[in-house]
Design a protein around this ligand. Structure first.
Ligand SMILES: Nc1ncnc2c1ncn2[C@@H]1O[C@H](COP(=O)(O)OP(=O)(O)OP(=O)(O)O)[C@@H](O)[C@H]1O
Ligand SMILES: [Mg+2]
Length: 242
């Protein structure tokens, strides 16, 4: 579903991604972790064309991002993205947040969009909040809305960039529960997170990045059992002792 092939990227002369190669097959859940500044967000943003890259290639569902004939907005509309800070439109009610992309990008009529929005709000347990504004919801609730909004677009893959790291601890689980359910239903997911409980529960593979490189790309059992690199071992021992 996602093929990242020898991708390198520079910000000016800073080499932020170095020869990154990996792939995510349909239905697979891949967790990306690593120290701050290692390039995790940059890597995940290149996948839906939010960040350009100078070398290598990325294909999503067989479509090459670099190909000039690729309709990037169309491809992007099929790749759900959930960020650390929710990125909901504050001036729009929850239902409007969920309908906007469906109507503007997918051309759905209001009734169809609303039906979908209602179904997905129910799924994340927030149907009672449909007519509120984002600011009237807790962080955990807003993040569940953000997930529902992404799902409204019928994505073929979901990308998450530290979806729980801005949340108060008591709200982390309600968001992770939604993500675990999604994974178990077979959604293809690439998730930047340091929630190792989540990784243990549903990840098929774990990618460990350091200084722009994919240092480790292992099955969950191998990663937690015996990370090969010293850098991954150090990282794991640090986050697991917290
Ligand atoms: N627009 C930019 N211009 C220049 N440098 C940038 C830009 N965005 C990110 N960087 C740098 O690229 C490196 C990788 O950033 P990135 O955000 O991908 O790291 P990360 O692994 O997601 O870190 P964190 O865990 O803190 O979110 C960092 O050193 C960062 O300072
Ligand atoms: Mg980041």
């Amino acid at each position: 579903m996602i093929e990242i092939d020898n991708v390198s990227k520079w910000y000016g002369d800073f080499n932020v991604l170095k020869h990154c190669t990996t792939s995510v097959t349909k239905g697979e859940v891949v967790v990306v972790c690593g120290p701050s500044g290692s390039g995790k967000s940059t890597l995940i943003k290149t996948v839906n064309g939010l960040e350009e890259f100078q070398e290598g290639d990325i294909r999503v569902d067989g479509t090459a991002l670099k190909d000039k004939s690729t309709n990037l907005p169309k491809l992007r509309s099929r790749v759900g993205m959930v960020f650390q800070h929710f990125e909901l439109f504050p001036h729009l009610k929850i239902t409007e947040n969920l309908c906007l992309g469906q109507m503007k990008v997918l051309g759905r009529d209001r009734e169809t969009a609303m039906k979908k929005a209602t179904a997905l709000l129910e799924r994340v347990g927030l149907e009672a909040h449909a007519h509120k504004f984002p600011g009237q919801l807790s962080g955990g609730q807003q993040q569940r809305v953000a997930i529902a909004r992404a799902l409204c677009m019928d994505p073929i893959v979901m990308l998450f960039d530290e979806p729980t790291s801005a949340l108060d601890p008591e709200m982390v689980n309600e968001v992770l529960d939604v993500m675990v359910e999604l994974a178990r239903e077979g959604m293809t997911m690439m998730v930047v997170t340091h929630e190792m409980g989540f990784a243990r529960k549903v990840a098929n593979r774990v990618i460990f990045m350091d200084r722009g490189e994919i240092v480790e790309d292992a099955t969950k059992d191998d990663f937690f059992g015996k990370p090969r690199s010293e850098r991954a071992q150090q990282f794991l021992s640090k986050i697991l002792t917290h």
